[in-house]
Design a protein around this ligand. Structure first.
Ligand code: EPU
Length: 419
């Protein structure tokens, strides 16, 4: 990937209004689910980002017809799928590529895919997905690097116990089970709002899913699924990142089309630190202040504090008085961004899975690298308050997940340019 840089001159308070885009992950899941339908699936509020374009490329390779009738809308037709194998070049850069496995297994009886790429934030095994497919009666074989899964005569609904509430593991089992004979209960299912929203979309296509968004999801298999129009929910991680941007710059912003009910754990911690967060009609208003208090937090599966907001929260806590601790409990290697924050003068150390942040610290500009989407977002937040002009390299990582980040920050008064 060609190097891409941002330059941010810190010290501006963010003020004004920003509209949150549709959820990156929610859009990827909905695109994968379109593989189950015999008819047109129309998705609205789809963010215009690299991850979505890659997911569309995978569907097109599998035989889907995809068009873009208007901005932020996709129409997908999977009535004539021609392939059930994802080639390594398409799987390599996108974690969500593995999510076509469940739908292909259900629809075509077979699916194969190499281990997916994605952010380097930990080991990220696939055992939960594969055990789930086996529980439904599929065979799973590994040929070199390629996972090959097939329906057998025993493929039907079951009680499927997940060792861990993996988000995409839950989704893969849920997607496969929608077209399996009989009833499936997923025990220890992940509860993320994007999963509940996907169940809503699938039910609109004719699926029979109840209790999605709880740890015991229930799916009555059906013979086929039809088309649907579905609106992608707001990106709670983008909303959370803007909320922290307002706080770190001591600004005041209205975040429109956000869903604060998906951000309870973050809002709880922000209020504890002293940030004013109010819910508004269709969004939230965040007002910073001059001083903040240190807090302790843990990144957990939903409804706990999102691991995808953990690096940004750390960046914000460099401005809080006292010692904050943040314990990362989802991924085993998601504190690497600390090295970058330290280059800007942050007083942060990692012990095991815990970041210890002492503040408040005056941050100063330095060349830093966006190591992944969220690590890069933490650098952006730090740069917004740092003295001088920070250059962030590899910002393509951030842009993979954020629709028009530069434009949105500029509209709020940030001094930011894309080099
Ligand atoms: N895990 C296993 N076995 C599995 C699957 C996961 O042990 O088979 C472990 C992982 O190693 C990790 C934990 O479970 O320690 C959580 O992984 P999970 O499977 O829940 O994550 P994911 O489905 O691969 C999605 C998002 C991530 C987000 C996580 C957690 C997509 C494409 N990715 O990943 O998003 O961090 O859920 O909420 O939906 C991001 O947007 O920046 C991002 C990394």
């Amino acid at each position: 990937m060609k190097d891409t840089k941002s330059r941010i001159t810190g010290g501006r308070r963010l003020e004004g209004r920003v509209r949150v885009s549709g959820s990156k992950n929610g859009a990827d899941y909905a695109i994968a689910a379109a593989l189950l339908a015999d008819d047109d699936v129309v998705l609205h509020n789809v963010p215009e980002i690299g991850d979505v374009r890659q997911m569309v490329e995978i569907l097109a390779y599998l035989g889907a017809k995809v068009d873009h009738p208007s901005p932020n809308t996709l129409r997908i037709n999977c009535s004539e799928l021609t392939r059930s194998e994802v080639p390594p070049r398409l799987a390599a850069s996108l974690r969500a590529s593995f999510l076509v496995m469940g739908p292909l297994l259900a629809r075509m009886g077979h699916a194969s895919c190499p281990p997916p790429g994605g952010d380097a934030i930990g080991i990220r095994p696939l055992d939960v997905h594969l055990a789930g497919f086996r529980s439904l009666g599929a065979t799973v074989e590994q040929h070199g690097d390629i996972f090959d899964i097939k329906q057998t005569s025993a493929f039907r609904g079951q009680r499927v116990v997940l060792d861990y509430p993996s988000v995409m593991g839950t989704l893969n089992v849920m997607l496969a089970a929608t077209l399996a004979d009989g009833a499936t209960t997923i025990i220890n299912a992940a509860c993320e709002p994007e999963i509940e929203s996907l169940a809503h979309m699938l039910n609109g296509m004719g699926a029979k899913i109840t209790a999605a968004g709880t740890p015991m999801m229930h799916i009555e298999g059906v013979r086929s699924l039809g088309g649907v129009e579905h609106r992608i929910i707001p990106d709670r991680l983008e909303a959370g990142t803007f909320a922290l941007a307002a706080a770190i710059t001591r600004g005041r912003i209205e975040i429109e089309e956000a869903a604060p009910e998906h951000l309870d754990a973050l809002i709880w911690k922000m209020r504890e630190a002293g940030v004013s967060v109010e819910t508004t009609d269709g969004g939230m208003r965040v007002t910073g202040r001059e001083t903040y208090e240190a807090v302790n937090a843990q990144a957990l599966p939903y409804p706990g504090l999102a691991t995808d907001l953990q690096p940004q929260l750390s960046a914000f806590l460099t401005q809080a008085s006292g010692t904050s601790t943040i314990h990362e409990r989802v991924f085993d290697n998601r504190l690497l961004y600390i090295t970058e924050l330290r280059k800007m003068g942050a007083n942060v150390v990692a012990t095991g899975q815990t970041a210890i942040i002492s503040g408040p610290t005056k941050l100063t500009a330095a060349p830093v690298q966006a190591l992944d989407v969220r690590a890069g977002s933490a650098c952006v937040l730090a740069a917004l308050v740092a003295e001088g002009t920070t250059q962030i390299s590899d910002v393509y990582h951030i842009e993979r997940a954020h629709d028009d980040l530069h434009g949105k920050l500029r509209a709020l008064g940030a001094e930011i340019e894309r080099a």
